[in-house]
Design a protein around this ligand. Structure first.
Ligand SMILES: Nc1ncnc2c1ncn2[C@@H]1O[C@H](COP(=O)(O)OP(=O)(O)OP(=O)(O)O)[C@@H](O)[C@H]1O
Ligand SMILES: [Mg+2]
Length: 288
């Protein structure tokens, strides 16, 4: 096979390129550099144009092929950028395995999506309307033992019907497509899916696999975002196509190593060890 064919030309549309952010807090705020803010605004414009013929509430899934490509960060920043237009926006953390939205926004997560889906709490008791943000937020809630069951339940469908009445846009943070199935399951409710890729990290064959899984479920992929981009590579002559030198299992499964039962034992062991070390509480079963 021609080597060049393997290279994915994600940087050709520079309007969906989010540059590397050096600050520890990657959630946009007053001190975020102008070019990063502008990149999110350009992404907002592109999303609006791709969905302009759609009526009613637009539900947009943010996902990626593997772990750690910047889904949660991007999802929060896009929700924030959309809310600035005065639109009614909900940010929903549908990653019921390694949720991050509440951590990045520094908000509580005692109750959330899983609690609503399981029928333990009412939606209005779980939605966070923080005066610091101009959007509503539904965090993941307690980590359930059965995320797939909850996501594919009738309750999920009913929740989306309720959201239709309340919001103009819903941005849904999901786990990676090639590791677990929730993003694909949710795609049947979504207006579109955005795939986040990360420069010098994302591997083409995994993006390809993610696209195939989403297409198989008839999901509408509305675009790609190139995250953590280095403009030397975008605007210069980046030709190498090399990925960051990480162990393949750690790179691919990241926080989801625990769930990678189908990987071979060596990969599983190293991924599990890596995630266990980073976040012992998250990988524990719920109700602990
Ligand atoms: N543009 C960026 N520049 C620098 N660092 C970034 C950028 N985007 C994300 N990061 C950092 O990369 C890490 C992973 O980001 P994030 O949690 O958003 O990824 P994710 O795809 O949601 O991961 P997971 O698959 O584990 O849910 C975080 O530490 C985040 O702060
Ligand atoms: Mg995430």
């Amino acid at each position: 096979m021609n080597k060049n064919k393997k290279r994915v030309n994600l940087s050709s549309d520079t309007s969906n390129v989010i540059e590397k952010q050096n600050s520890i807090n990657r959630i946009i705020n007053e001190s975020t550099p102008f070019d990063v803010i502008e990149a999110y605004k350009a992404t907002r414009t592109n999303i609006m144009f791709s969905l302009n013929s759609e009526k009613g509430c637009k539900k947009i899934i943010i996902s990626s092929a593997t772990s750690g490509e910047g889904k949660s960060t991007t999802c929060i920043n896009i929700a924030k950028t959309f809310a600035e237009t005065g639109a009614k926006v909900l940010l929903m953390d549908a990653d019921l395995r390694a949720p991050r939205v509440h951590k990045y926004l520094k908000i509580p997560n005692e109750k959330g999506l899983s609690n609503v889906l399981a029928g333990f709490d009412a939606l209005d008791d779980c939605i966070i309307r923080n005066p610091d943000f101009n959007f509503d937020c539904l965090t993941s809630g307690a980590l359930p033992p059965n995320p797939v069951e909850l996501i594919s339940s009738k309750a999920m469908q009913e929740l989306f019907e309720e959201f239709d009445k309340r919001y103009d846009y819903i941005f849904i943070d999901t786990p990676p497509v090639t590791i677990v199935t929730e993003a694909v399951l949710l795609s049947k409710y979504a207006t579109g899916v955005i795939i986040v890729t990360r420069q010098k990290y994302t591997m083409f064959k995994l993006v390809d696999r993610a696209i195939n899984s989403l297409k198989f479920a008839d999901a509408r992929i509305i675009g790609f975002i190139l995250n953590d981009a280095d403009d030397r590579y975008i605007y210069g002559s980046y030709k190498s196509g090399r990925t960051r030198r990480l162990s393949r299992s750690r790179y691919r499964y990241g926080r989801y190593g625990y769930y990678a039962e189908n990987s071979d034992s060596r990969k599983y062991a190293s991924a599990h060890a890596a995630t266990k070390k980073q976040e012992p509480k998250e990988t524990e079963k719920p109700n602990n």
